[in-house]
Design a protein around this ligand. Structure first.
Ligand code: MRU
Length: 340
């Protein structure tokens, strides 16, 4: 197996550059705030839990590498860095929760050495906690399926190793079903425009010998019917108290199809993806990305140069379309009143 997608490595942060996978497998070494911010905005590091882990390590790294000896100045530099990191991608709440934890440490520390040590420990803790979260989600999620049967599952985007540094959320459940001999195969929509399904999920599943079939995004309805899909499992970037869920663009389409074809639609996410401060999906900020991601595939222009394009990176699935939300704290069923 590969090294981790994100890892503190000596005095640097080593990442697998996901933007070029699978044709180019490349490590990148992050030393500065600018490089870290670009890694997030250019989706070299992506997926809600992984962005949070990376950002926490980045703050720890900036503290370790700083030559600033005065505690007060070091603190204000790090707080400014956190603000910049928070301005990268607005939708996944995990990033903001991790940054709040780092901010608290910075505000409370009384000595420079203590600050460096605590920041590093906190980043490692956030990373390790994600491993346990993924294991629990996989266990709870697999428990929703009847033993002795084999299932055809559809998913979207990438919610595995490349999104969590560990076995994953929706993909973690899929791995568990496979391990228990309960998986027939996985159907993976390509996930336009950045193709996380085609590039990352297909690659990751084949590395783990999980039977997977790539399909086009616009074929999902027909495939659910013809191939007799049993259930859809997706990840989440932010979940409101009423269960409304922001996830990769295309998730809402899948939820509507699941309701039409009367099959279960599960959301799998760590409890940290639930934003208890908001009551509904209307309050979730949705990232809009560059038109060029739609107009170009790699170096190939696929429309008129002056064509207008619209590129929402996420959509919001209303809670009432979600059969259950699987978290590390157990399975929640609709109607949702999370945090009660
Ligand atoms: O734009 P991305 O690739 O960061 O989007 C990722 C997703 O939408 C995932 O489904 C979500 O972050 C959950 S990952 C466990």
């Amino acid at each position: 197996m590969l090294n981790k997608p994100v890892e503190l490595y000596r005095d640097t942060l080593r990442i697998i550059d996901q933007s070029r996978l699978p044709d180019l497998m490349r490590y990148e070494y992050i030393y500065t705030l600018g490089e870290g911010v670009r890694a997030i905005t250019e989706l070299k590091v992506r997926g809600a839990p992984l962005i949070a882990i990376f950002a926490a390590y980045l703050v720890a790294l900036l503290a370790i590498r700083s030559r600033e000896k005065k505690l007060k100045r070091l603190k204000s530099r790090l707080l400014r860095a956190i603000q910049r990191i928070e301005n990268t991608r607005p939708t996944a709440v995990n990033l903001f929760k991790a940054m709040d934890e780092m901010r608290n440490i910075i505000q409370r520390a009384e000595k420079r050495d203590e600050l460096l040590k605590l920041l590093r420990e906190k980043a490692e803790e956030i990373d390790k906690k994600e491993a346990t979260n993924c294991e629990k989600i996989a266990e709870y999620g697999a428990g929703l399926f009847e033993e002795g049967k084999k299932y055809r599952i559809m998913t979207i985007c990438n919610t595995g190793y490349f999104a969590t540094n560990h076995i994953g959320t929706a993909l973690g459940i899929i791995y568990k079903l496979h391990e228990r001999g309960m998986l027939d195969r996985v159907y993976v929509p390509e996930t336009r425009p950045l193709l996380q399904g085609a590039r990352l999920t297909m690659w990751e599943l084949s590395q783990n010998s999980v039977p997977a079939i790539l399909i086009t995004d616009n074929s999902t309805g027909f495939v659910i019917e013809r191939e007799k899909i049993d259930a859809i499992i997706v990840g989440a970037d932010r979940i409101a108290r009423n269960g409304d869920t922001a996830n990769k663009i295309g998730t809402l389409n899948l939820a509507i199809l699941a309701s039409y074809f009367d099959i279960p639609f599960y959301v799998a996410a760590p409890f940290t993806s639930i934003d208890l401060t908001i009551s509904s999906g209307f309050e979730i900020p949705i990232e809009k990305r560059s038109e060029n991601e739609v107009k170009w595939i790699r170096k190939c222009l696929i429309t008129k140069e002056d064509a207008k394009a619209l590129n929402y990176a996420f959509d919001i699935t209303p809670g009432f379309l979600i059969t259950s939300i699987v978290t590390d704290r157990g399975v929640f069923k609709k109607p949702y009143n999370l945090g009660q």
